[in-house]
Ligand binder design. Structure first.
Ligand SMILES: Nc1ncnc2c1ncn2[C@@H]1O[C@H](COP(=O)(O)OP(=O)(O)OP(=O)(O)O)[C@@H](O)[C@H]1O
Length: 153
């Protein structure tokens, strides 16, 4: 069975795509403020519709709150913030990809749709496990010290 292969775009063709690409968009943000508004709408949608996103937000706030309470060094708080932020960003991308897959295949089963969704979910899981590991390494020792000193006094 022969595969259909599309030819490589010529420089002229590329130029046409670059020039006209945005014409395919239903709407283009007119300025930075409007861009932020749409970005916030995406975050708000993910928060309302994705239970995992709400859990990650809660755990992230808890981890940063604990690191402030335990007086961790600035760089340690930054690392916890970065790993928590990465989980949230990947969860947003996972939500975007889920929507795109659903838009493309609707309610039909497709092996490639499964691969796309499973890999996106896997990316979130990997980042969440790393975030938990990092938070554990940085938060548990000072927490134990605090608990031990409270028990002694
Ligand atoms: N159209 C499809 N074709 C094949 N498999 C699908 C399709 N839609 C969903 N699946 C399978 O069902 C699983 C769950 O789908 P869903 O849309 O809830 O994604 P999800 O990543 O688990 O969602 P969430 O991140 O919200 O938990 C996917 O990981 C995939 O294995």
């Amino acid at each position: 069975m022969s595969k259909q292969v599309s030819s490589s775009p010529t420089p002229n063709h590329l130029e046409t795509i670059v020039t006209n690409e945005r014409e395919l968009s239903w709407r283009v943000a007119s300025n930075l403020f409007v861009s932020f508004k749409y970005a916030w709408a995406g975050i708000s949608y993910a928060f309302q519709s994705q239970r995992n996103f709400r859990i990650h937000v809660g755990v992230g706030i808890l981890a940063i709150g604990l690191s402030l309470f335990l007086h961790l060094q600035a760089v340690e708080i930054a690392v916890i913030g970065l790993t928590s932020g990465l989980v949230l960003a990947l969860e947003l991308l996972n939500t975007a990809l889920e929507s795109l897959v659903d838009l493309t295949v609707k309610q039909t089963y497709h092996d490639l749709a499964k691969i796309a969704k499973d890999c996106a979910a896997g990316a979130v899981l990997v980042s969440a496990l790393v975030a938990v590991l990092v938070a554990g390494i940085l938060l548990l020792p000072p927490m134990f010290t605090l608990i031990l000193s409270a028990l002694k006094s």
